[in-house]
Write a protein that binds this ligand. Structure first.
Ligand SMILES: Cc1ncc(COP(=O)(O)O)c(C=O)c1O
Length: 438
């Protein structure tokens, strides 16, 4: 069956929506320019149907990491429908938000207070505002990606306009006030020496150190403890971004697994399985600073988000979802490795087991991954360089995916050998995204 309807709609979208989509990672060009199905009619579990009714297994991001239980999870759906029927908005507040705050503090015993937002980047901006309000300082040291807001994109402002954007390629800071230059100071994960260098120069001007607990690589011994010590020494707030890492390794933040005690942690995405919800949890003395500034928004008071989060977290805990994610993630990684060995294709595998990715080595790496996506799509899989495991991925689905992967890897290896990969592609090569400061 053809899958052209989505591409036709995407052409219209680009004439009326700048960039075509609301999220860089959902641009069809990031996967398979001119041939990605682009839009979905419906999604359930690990399955998604495009506008022409083709069904695919989602072996990519599953809602960019949001659908940790799988799309349209029935338990979350039931809670959301009940919230909708009870009225999602009113002059009064939804009681679910108090229940959710208590549950998050129960899961993270170091945390005593909670604020809510609805999106990840927004919640990070709230956390940074609270940290700045709490310390009365402006500067932030960070590593990793934390969203689109000014406090973060300021890292990409340079004294020379021509160099704007050089630090995090793909994230352009036009429109970010130049006055913020020098307020977001980058260091690399696992490089305590780089953080120490920032502290030597800016020490008591630092409001916060902001980072993910883990992303692509394991923390080296002493790194997380070192970051904690630095924050204690200079009185900076340690903000841990759990927007992607949270609810993958355990029910709650990955920092729990690594024994790291932050001052604030931020959740979104997987916490509510596809319904907008975000939480900023923290120690009382830090969180109370939210009262000394203005942080307030109408739709932060709606009912669906907290209802979805409560249902998601409860199911996550009840069904030991992290164990499933680990098993499925490991199965996929092992399958990639075996398929690559059989095909003689050099690949590198990275990421947390439940959020794994691979890269095909060599100069033609981007062509090769585009071809992989094309070949897999033809076999009924949404697939690319990354796989985010969900509770809905059963072994049978993974087995089918790995069988198709073996065939795709050997076709790519043949194409590489014969120099015919370009001809095998039915459209342009996929675009690369932005670079994280890992
Ligand atoms: C670690 C991290 N922080 C922040 C964000 C931004 O979250 P959102 O896209 O919900 O604004 C993301 C999204 O990919 C993320 O992975």
């Amino acid at each position: 069956m053809s899958n052209r309807t989505g591409q036709a709609l995407y052409k219209r979208a680009k004439t009326i929506i700048p960039g075509g989509t609301q999220l860089l990672s959902k641009r069809p060009e990031m996967f398979l320019p001119e041939n990605w199905p682009a839009y979905y009619q419906r999604a359930r579990g690990a399955q998604v149907w495009d506008l022409d009714g083709n069904m695919y297994y989602d072996m990519t991001h599953n809602g960019v990491g949001a659908c940790v239980l799988g799309a349209a999870d029935p338990d979350v759906e039931e809670a959301v429908i009940a919230a909708v029927k009870a009225g999602s908005m009113s002059t009064l507040n939804p009681p679910e938000e108090v229940e959710l705050a208590e549950l998050l503090c129960e899961l993270h015993p170091w945390a005593e207070m909670v604020r809510f937002g609805r999106c990840g980047g927004e919640a990070m901006a709230i956390a940074v505002r609270i940290a700045r309000a709490c310390t009365g300082r402006d500067k932030v040291a960070f590593c990793g990606y934390h969203g689109w807001h000014d406090w973060y994109l300021a890292a990409n402002l340079a004294e020379d306009h021509a160099l704007d954007g050089h630090l995090l390629p793909g994230l352009q800071p036009a429109g970010v006030p130049r006055g913020l230059m020098g307020t977001a100071l980058p260091f690399h994960y696992n490089h305590l020496d780089e953080l120490e260098a920032i502290v030597n120069q800016h020490g008591r001007e630092l409001a916060a150190v902001v980072m993910e607990p883990i992303r692509n690589i394991e923390p080296v011994p002493g790194f997380l403890e070192g970051v904690r010590r630095v924050c204690d020494r200079i009185g900076a707030v340690l903000v841990i971004d759990e927007i992607s890492a949270g609810f993958r390794l355990t029910t709650g933040g990955a920092h729990l697994v690594y024994g790291l005690e932050p001052d604030m942690a931020v959740f979104a995405k997987a916490m509510s399985n596809g319904y907008p919800m975000a939480a900023i949890i923290g120690k009382r003395e830090v969180m109370e600073a939210a009262q000394s500034t203005f942080i307030s928004s109408t739709y932060w008071t709606e009912r669906v988000g907290p209802a979805a989060a409560l249902a998601t977290i409860r199911k996550h805990r009840r069904c030991n979802v992290p164990q499933h994610l680990q098993r499925i993630g490991q199965m996929v990684r092992d399958g990639w490795r075996v398929a690559a060995e059989r095909a003689g294709l050099p690949i590198q595998i990275g990421g947390m087991v439940p959020m794994s990715h691979f890269a095909i080595d060599g100069e033609q790496s981007q062509i090769a991954i585009t071809l992989f996506t094309q070949l897999m799509l033809e076999k009924g899989f949404l697939a690319g360089r990354a796989f985010y495991a969900t509770y809905a991925h059963q072994e049978q689905i993974v087995e089918g995916y790995l069988q198709a992967t073996e065939e795709a890897f050997s076709a790519i290896a043949r194409g590489l050998e014969r120099g015919t990969m370009g001809e095998m592609l039915k459209g342009p090569v996929a675009h690369t995204g932005f670079a994280r400061l890992n």
